[in-house]
Ligand binder design. Structure first.
Ligand code: COA
Length: 254
């Protein structure tokens, strides 16, 4: 699996999205590789911290739209749901370095990371409505909590991109740096964490998250049921076909 690279060094497992020619859009096979890597990292005591990163020009264009059309996720054991559960329940520190567009799950996965470093070219967007879909990854719960209801509604109903500085202001990212430095900054913070007592990191994260761990999984499951249904409905079909045909979607009949 060349589209996902997994590298472990000095207690830090780094997962790199490496499908740059397709803007790091994520296929079922890529979700499966990332879910497997996270499961390994959670279980292996030699891995103390995990990092998800992309390329300095692109973090991820979100789910592969061809997959949405031809191989939609089927059920809770599908790779995308395994991945989403994997990041939501990941017990150790999880960091991300984000440069360029972070679309759909490229943004919502960050809500499950503990620390996020962004290049100043990062552009976050959740265009689920524009694709005839609904939010996923518990973003319909976590985003209003983080941004406040009205800013979350703006991000989710309009689906327009917001830049790194705005993400910093609302607390979605920890620091904004030049794009050439984002992966390196995440790496050096990850190494710093890996040198700390792992049991304390894990317990601290558990205590911070336990208040709504179940709620997050329940919301993900509610969203997943709606999302799966909507993938087969006319609005989504029109949006995906329009993307493939490089034209504007026509929602006048849906
Ligand atoms: N799924 C499948 N292929 C994708 C993709 C996606 N989500 N996003 C981009 N690609 C492919 C394009 O089809 C194109 O392939 P081609 O070279 O074979 O024609 C290639 O990646 C480059 O994409 P392009 O749109 O030309 O790049 P860009 O720099 O002009 O724009 C984005 C980058 C990310 C802004 C744009 O690709 C985009 O909006 N993608 C769709 C995002 C989306 O709606 N994702 C679903 C979220 S739920």
């Amino acid at each position: 699996m060349n589209d996902i690279l997994v590298h472990t060094e000095a207690g830090v497992m780094t997962v790199t999205l490496n499908r740059v020619d397709k803007k790091n859009s994520i296929t079922a096979a890529m979700y499966a590789a990332m879910a497997d890597a996270l499961a390994t990292a959670a279980a292996d005591p030699a891995i103390r911290v995990a990092v998800i990163q992309g390329h300095e020009t692109i973090f991820s264009a979100g789910n592969d739209i061809g997959d949405f059309l031809h191989k939609p996720p089927a059920g809770v054991d599908s790779p995308v749901f395994r991945f989403l559960h994997g990041i939501a329940a990941f017990p150790k520190p999880l960091l991300a370095a984000v440069c360029g567009p972070a679309v759909g799950v490229g943004t919502t996965l960050l809500l499950h990371c503990d620390l996020v470093y962004a290049g100043d070219n990062a552009a976050f967007s959740m265009p689920f409505v524009n694709l005839g879909l609904c939010p996923e990854a518990a973003s319909s719960l976590l985003l209003p909590q983080m941004l406040g209801y009205h800013r979350a509604a703006e991000a989710l109903l309009l689906g327009e991109p917001f830049m790194a500085e705005a993400a910093l202001e609302v607390g979605l990212v920890n620091r904004v740096v030049p794009p050439t430095e984002a992966n390196g900054v995440a790496q050096s913070v990850a190494r710093k964490l890996a040198a700390k007592p792992s049991s304390s990191l894990v317990e601290t994260k558990r205590l911070m998250k336990k208040g709504q761990a179940e709620l997050v999984l329940r919301q993900m499951s509610d969203e997943g049921a709606s999302f799966s249904r909507m993938l087969g409905e006319p609005a989504a079909k029109e949006a995906f076909t329009a993307f493939m045909e490089r034209r504007k979607p026509d929602f006048s009949k849906v």
